[in-house]
Design a protein around this ligand. Structure first.
Ligand code: KG4
Ligand code: ZN
Length: 337
């Protein structure tokens, strides 16, 4: 089965054709980074309007690149949640129109589950595993038992991990997107130079939760010192020290969840998994099989959407034309549909 995937949940306008949930025939990502750079963050209305302008050519490029014509695809998968609603609606409505005109089935998929599916495009992975989703909008540690079934163990109680990277970079004017800028700058810095706070370990119900707002505020408060004539070296030291603590906050919870659940496999996904330190830490977990996607499959793409969509469509799960977009993930700590 050849599935066309469409992804417009945030600022990447993406389309991809994937065969049997595995074989990537094409993977087009048109990024809006340059369009949002000026604002140091994604402006929702600009994002939706650009998706409206770009979606047709992005889908055409994906089908052209795949070597198959649009009429030969077997189905369409599209992200319908979570994300920016205006952006999601563009991809969702386009997918519905296409499905209707081609008389093919379509299915709406969850962006979080799609991120965790990304490593499947490159590896053979068995369930269950500990899912670690770290992106600009979400930080979720979960127990995943099937491609469409996960139980949330922990999540952020305030900012998402990527959001903290982006905000710190914005305040220090390090570049946009912030995560990549901090990662690059950290190489030149001393990660022990600053002792930023790691929130005290949560207990009980919040055992696996993370918090990034305290760290973010502490790092931003350091800015005054930097503005008072500190060197470029200080900037790099701040970036490296922030990155060390940000990764440590997550890794502490990941290690605890692995120990408590007895799971021996961890699968990670989302933009922040492109971070060099996080990748290193995940891959050096002792006696744990860690599977992380290659860089281009960490950040938003439609191959992961087509990949997971295949499994739904293959099982006969088809979305209704009344399906809507949603900004939210389903209720906390419930089984993920
Ligand atoms: O998954 P993604 O492309 O979009 C969302 O679903 O949010 O993730 C984007 C996030 C941004 O916060 C970006 O700064 C972060 O991923 N990111 C990184 C790196 N590359 C991207 N964070 C840390 N280090 C990186 N190398
Ligand atoms: Zn994402």
């Amino acid at each position: 089965m050849k599935i066309l995937g469409i992804e417009t949940s945030c600022d990447e306008c993406a389309a991809s054709v994937v065969e049997d949930g595995k074989n990537i025939l094409s993977n087009i990502v048109a990024t809006q980074i340059d369009n949002h750079k000026l604002y140091n963050g994604v402006v929702p209305e600009i994002a939706s309007r650009l998706h409206v302008e770009w979606i047709k050519s992005v889908v055409k490029e994906a089908t052209d690149d795949s070597g198959i014509d649009l009429g030969s695809i077997d189905g369409i998968a599209v992200t319908n949640r979570p994300g920016l609603v205006g952006s999601l609606l563009v991809g969702l409505s386009f997918a519905k129109g296409l499905a209707l005109s081609l008389n093919k089935p379509y299915v709406g998929v969850d962006h979080i589950m799609a991120h965790l599916y990304a490593p499947y495009l490159e590896n053979n992975i068995e369930y269950p595993y500990l899912g670690v989703l770290v992106s600009g909008g979400h930080t979720i540690i979960s127990h995943v038992t099937e491609f469409n079934n996960m139980e949330v163990l922990g999540t952020t109680i305030d900012d998402a991990c990527g959001e903290a990277f982006d905000k710190v970079a914005k305040f220090y004017e390090l570049g946009y997107p912030g995560g990549i800028a901090i990662d690059r700058l950290s190489v030149e810095g001393d990660s022990e130079a600053f002792n930023f706070p790691n929130p005290s370990l949560h207990k009980g119900d919040h055992k696996y939760d993370v918090s990034y707002s305290g760290l973010k505020t502490a790092v931003i408060n350091q800015l005054d010192q930097f503005r008072n004539g500190e060197s470029e070296k200080t900037k790099a030291n701040i970036a490296a020290s922030f990155q060390r603590v940000a990764v440590n906050i997550l890794m502490q919870r990941v290690k605890r969840a692995l120990k408590d659940t007895g799971l021996t496999r961890v699968v990670a996904g989302g933009g922040v998994v492109a971070n060099s330190l996080l990748r290193k830490e995940l891959l050096s977990l002792k006696n744990i099989e860690a599977i992380i996607p290659s860089m281009s499959l960490c950040t938003d793409n439609a191959a992961m959407v087509a990949g997971i969509g295949y499994h739904y469509l293959e099982q006969g799960v088809i979305s209704d034309y009344s399906l809507n977009a949603s900004s939210r993930v389903p209720a906390f700590r419930k089984k993920y549909p």
